[in-house]
Design a protein around this ligand. Sequence first.
Ligand SMILES: Cc1ncc(COP(=O)(O)O)c(C=O)c1O
Length: 389
Amino acid sequence: MRLRGTFLPFALPDIDDTEVAEVTSVIRSGWLTSGSKTDRFEAEFAAFVGASHAVAVNSCTAAMHLALEANGLRAGDEVIVPTYTFAATAEVVRYFGAKPVLVDVDPTSLCIDPAKVETAVTPHARAIIPVHLGGRCAEMDDLRAIAERHNLCVIEDAAHAFPAKYKERTVGTLSDFTCFSFYATKTLTTGEGGMICTENGPLADRCRMMSLHGISRDAWSRYTAEGTWHYDVIAPGFKYNLTDIAAALGLAQLHKANRMHERRVQIAGRYTAAFRELPELEPPPEAPADGQHAWHLYMLRLNLDRLSINRARFIEELKGLNIGTSVHFIPLHVHPYYRKTYGYEPEDLPVAYREYQREISLPVYSKMTDDDVRDVIDAVTDVVGRFRR
Ligand SMILES: Cc1ncc(COP(=O)(O)O)c(C=O)c1O
């Protein structure tokens, strides 16, 4: 097969002159931290997803921390979290001295399994944090029903899920809190950044206040002509505010979010059309007809019993063909911290452990050219052809 001339990175942001101009204008303006651009980014993001309130912060991790804080999480409480996720989803629970209760996932979607959530609820449970893995929604109706029955708060980890829909409703409007990530590889990026969406005005205010030292007014109003020097510290808050530099980048990205999404849908469609012909591969499930997959990740699974190589070797072979890939995720209960602290064994949550071992994430980003997409398909097909059993 023909070898690509250059290495195709696993992820690249879709940045053009518009972003450069927006960021440059903020830098020239003299106002660098949270201000009018951040206000506008919040308003436009809220309008885009249809949420009543949006609070911009400097990461999704910060967003989830603030959402739990606003809900009054305490030491000894429990929060139900899928094991098939990134470190951030559970570490924010540990910030409070509370316990992340790790739960196994559905074998098809790899999102938290509602039946297993139900059995994990104890009198200490306070919240559920579903993760819309790769950009495909968790079973929100089932999860919300469980949450209502047990009086739990639902905080969505929507780091992968912009723009996604569940039963024709936009992610950002489905539960008590939705936390988005604008990290460098995400479907909308500000370099680092995040957003909290909620319908609850007072709790949005609490998140906003705690994102800036627990001060009752933000720096913007303090240092403008209308502001005063006086401020009150209401609680010991955090330093989680988003800068105007980042918000300018976010606004430019938001304005092309639909185009970027359409391109990812197209790429995922091409991959699936090619890979569904190969019994050695299992393409990721599409969203149901009334949903929308954000396609942050294209999570291919290998049918290892039909291949003579393991996942690690498959990745090496793709690298040799100049294709960058990644793995999402090493389940939390397999990591040393969670094993040591809570005594988990890999087989305790068997679906996540099994599926993780055969997962490869392929590049799926709007900057990819048709040639890039073809190169990925050719490379995967070539490796399968050389190593089929
Ligand atoms: C599922 C999930 N949740 C949360 C995060 C944390 O996002 P951030 O880096 O914006 O804090 C990530 C980051 O990759 C993620 O993949």
